[in-house]
Design a protein around this ligand. Structure first.
Ligand SMILES: CCC/C=C/C(=O)SCCNC(=O)CCNC(=O)[C@H](O)C(C)(C)COP(=O)([O-])OP(=O)([O-])OC[C@H]1O[C@@H](n2cnc3c(N)ncnc32)[C@H](O)[C@@H]1OP(=O)([O-])[O-]
Length: 279
């Protein structure tokens, strides 16, 4: 496997045709900083280039899949006032636009089948990446996806302006996004977003990951795996143009909000527990 630097919040390994990526920072509910999202993107690229890999599996740990962008990382970006930035626009192009557009692009164009082992809730950009996966299995019915853009002074990101209407329907998407409500288990099963619920207790993420991987190994037995990649390529071709277009539109729209400063005020309130999401 080609060399890649280590990241203490994200591990990876290869087992047969599976490239397994695991979020391993349950203490802050697997929140990720900008550099962590970039690392995730680099891992996907590694999986993409490996001809022995056919499935990229996203696993997590603890009670949340991921609570999204780490508010400590956002605060760091805010304080990043080095002389290298000529303006607020320049600062947020670097700290927000480039990172978001990269990780979203890597997920959109990924050629291997993306499987998400949803052990718990996912929020924000992480939830956007879950919605870019091809197959999602849930650990139990406590899972939800929350896109709290209206509560944080942001707009859709990570391709959600396309992925959510596509996967959950346009009106459901409007209602959940406008009023900052989670896409709960019922919505996810009715829409076919979740392929199977493993019905395991929330304290048992490692057992869920192991059971799911065992099941996947059984499912791929005897298959001609290049056919899976060929089918993914064709299925993806339905919407790839729209995803590429929206990725660029989303970050450019969001940039104005970062420069204006509202997301920073709201992330800081979240960090100091003055602001909460209604769940
Ligand atoms: C890239 C830029 C664009 C933005 C994209 C996005 O993703 S937008 C979406 C951005 N994300 C959000 O808006 C979600 C923000 N988080 C929440 O709203 C709530 O934590 C919760 C509803 C996820 C869980 O509530 P709960 O009562 O069940 O649990 P709890 O609250 O007690 O948390 C346990 C511990 O984890 C910590 N921690 C948790 N999340 C984060 C985080 N993101 N960061 C850092 N730390 C985080 C928390 O501080 C606490 O640590 P402590 O104090 O023990 O040292």
């Amino acid at each position: 496997m080609p060399e890649i630097r280590q990241n203490e919040k994200i591990s990876h390994r290869i087992e047969g045709p599976f490239f397994i990526i695991q979020l391993i920072n349950p203490d802050n509910l697997n929140a990720l900083e900008g550099e962590d999202y970039i690392y995730l993107g680099e891992l996907l690229e590694l999986a993409d280039k490996n001809s022995d890999v056919y499935f990229t599996i996203l696993q997590s740990s603890g009670r949340f899949f991921s609570s999204g962008a780490d508010f400590k990382g956002i605060a760091k970006a805010q304080e990043d006032n080095g002389a290298k930035y000529a303006s607020e626009t320049s600062k947020w192009l670097s700290n927000f636009v480039a990172r978001n557009v990269y990780v979203t692009d890597v997920f959109i164009k990924h050629s291997k089948v993306l499987v998400c082992c949803l052990n718990g809730p996912a929020i924000g950009l992480s939830a956007a990446l879950v919605a870019l996966c091809d197959i999602v299995y849930s650990m139990n019915d406590k899972v939800y996806l929350l896109y709290p853009f209206a509560n944080l002074g942001l707009v859709t990101e990570g391709g959600t302006a396309i992925s959510l209407p596509l996967k959950f329907g346009a009106n459901t998407t409007y209602e959940r996004l406008m009023f900052n409500k989670p896409f709960n288990y019922d919505i996810m099963t009715k829409s076919g977003f979740i392929s199977k619920n493993f019905n395991m207790p929330s304290s048992n993420t490692e057992a869920f990951n192991a059971e799911l991987l065992k099941e996947l190994k059984g499912k791929v037995e005897g298959l001609y795996l290049p056919s899976c990649l060929g089918m993914k390529k064709l299925l993806k071709s339905n919407h790839i143009g729209s995803f590429n277009e929206i990725n660029s539109m989303e970050v450019n729209e969001s940039l104005k909000y970062w420069v204006d400063g509202e997301p920073l005020r709201r992330f800081s309130q979240l960090g100091s527990k003055q602001r909460k999401h209604r769940l």
